[in-house]
Write a protein that binds this ligand. Structure first.
Ligand SMILES: Cc1cc2nc3c(=O)[nH]c(=O)nc-3n(C[C@H](O)[C@H](O)[C@H](O)COP(=O)(O)O)c2cc1C
Length: 334
């Protein structure tokens, strides 16, 4: 069964999880290429004074992206969030996603992100205000709660449904867990059986077996993949193929991995410009190299050391390509 959000029907069950500083335009493009059925922008502050900053512009959706373009907002005040939602709708967003899952201190100290889950009255006010402010679907992303003994995701889920939220993504960890321990899916299962809007399960989906297990266990309508996609966007294709055919995930041709990596790094250079692009590309290069030669720690460290000192985009690409082609010839790529 395909998942619907508002009038949008998604062809697959694997969504890309929003990750600040990571899921920029090039990242969303490469993940969609490999079969991510839906992507969301990096979170934007609802503070209108920041709307014109370079960072906000770089993080925003791009009108060339296919519909539905989803913008994620983070904030504290219902009226400010509503105003930001309206502005983003005017600027081309087709879906507004509200972030109540981020555990970051700088977000939580302002009672935004997952801190909001402790204040159900405010949750209700924000959700209702944002839904009323726009014509487009509003979705919500939450955690299982604030702490182990404060897991109120089910209560929030019901508030969300009553407030007109169109779909709900749940990361099966509490705020206090941050990214430690393991995600749990029991809360997600209970929510799925208690509300009627689509539910998207999130947390520690690492391979096709996890994906199938979590879909079966929770009956969620879709899954969101985050960290596992870093340096291997092709994982969307591998898991999708497995979900569709039941066969073991196909290996991806190493030549294709190299082409993908080079395309991605070049797209980062173009998106951010020379200086910033080269710097931002480094973390992605690190992740790709880890996926490609992670078993060979010494080699990995040597390559990173050489490539991370380069400050020119063309050189960054050519040195990377030279090493990868050499590793391909000596059959050292995974
Ligand atoms: C570096 C990083 C940045 C993140 N930024 C956001 C964000 O901006 N908005 C959000 O809702 N979640 C954010 N998350 C949480 C992810 O969307 C996701 O819920 C979490 O990583 C668990 O999924 P995973 O186990 O598949 O990585 C972020 C996670 C990471 C690791």
């Amino acid at each position: 069964m395909s998942i619907k959000i508002g009038t949008y029907t998604f062809s697959g069950k694997l969504f890309l999880a929003p990750m600040a500083g990571i899921t920029d335009l090039p990242y969303r493009q490469i993940c969609r290429h490999y079969g991510a059925a839906h992507t969301v922008s990096e979170m934007l502050s609802s503070d209108s004074t920041l709307q014109k900053s370079r960072k906000t512009q770089q993080r925003a959706i791009n009108l060339d992206e296919p519909e539905p373009r989803a913008t994620q907002l983070v904030g504290t005040e219902a009226d400010v969030m509503a105003k930001a939602a309206r502005l983003n709708e005017t600027n081309g967003a087709n879906i507004i996603d509200i972030n109540m899952g981020c555990p970051a201190k700088k977000v939580c100290n302002k009672a935004a992100g997952s801190a909001l889950m402790r204040d159900t009255k405010r949750v209700q006010e924000i959700l209702s205000a944002v839904v009323a402010a726009v014509q487009i679907p509003v979705t919500l992303k939450i955690r299982s709660g604030w702490a182990q003994n404060q897991r109120n995701a089910l209560e929030i889920a019901k508030i969300a449904e009553e407030s007109g939220i169109t779909s709900l993504a749940i990361h099966g960890r509490t705020r206090n867990q941050a990214y430690t321990g393991y995600a749990e899916y029991e809360t997600i299962r209970q929510i799925k059986h208690s509300i009627s809007i689509p539910v998207i399960a999130n947390g520690d989906v690492c391979n096709a077996a996890d994906a199938q297990f979590i879909l079966d266990y929770t009956s969620a309508d879709a899954l969101m993949l985050g960290r596992i996609t870093q340096g291997q966007p092709w994982i969307f294709k591998q898991i999708n193929d497995n979900l569709e055919t039941g066969l073991s995930p196909q290996t991806i041709d190493p030549n294709e991995k190299i082409e993908t990596l080079l395309w991605h790094i070049d797209a980062i250079h173009r998106h951010y410009g020379t200086d910033q692009g080269v710097r931002i590309a480094r973390k992605h290069i690190g992740w790709y190299l880890f996926r490609l030669i992670g078993q060979k720690q010494t080699l990995l460290q040597l390559l990173k050391k050489e490539i991370f000192t380069i400050s020119q985009p063309d050189e960054q690409l050519s040195v990377l390509e030279k090493h990868l082609r050499k590793l391909l010839m000596t059959r050292e790529l995974d």
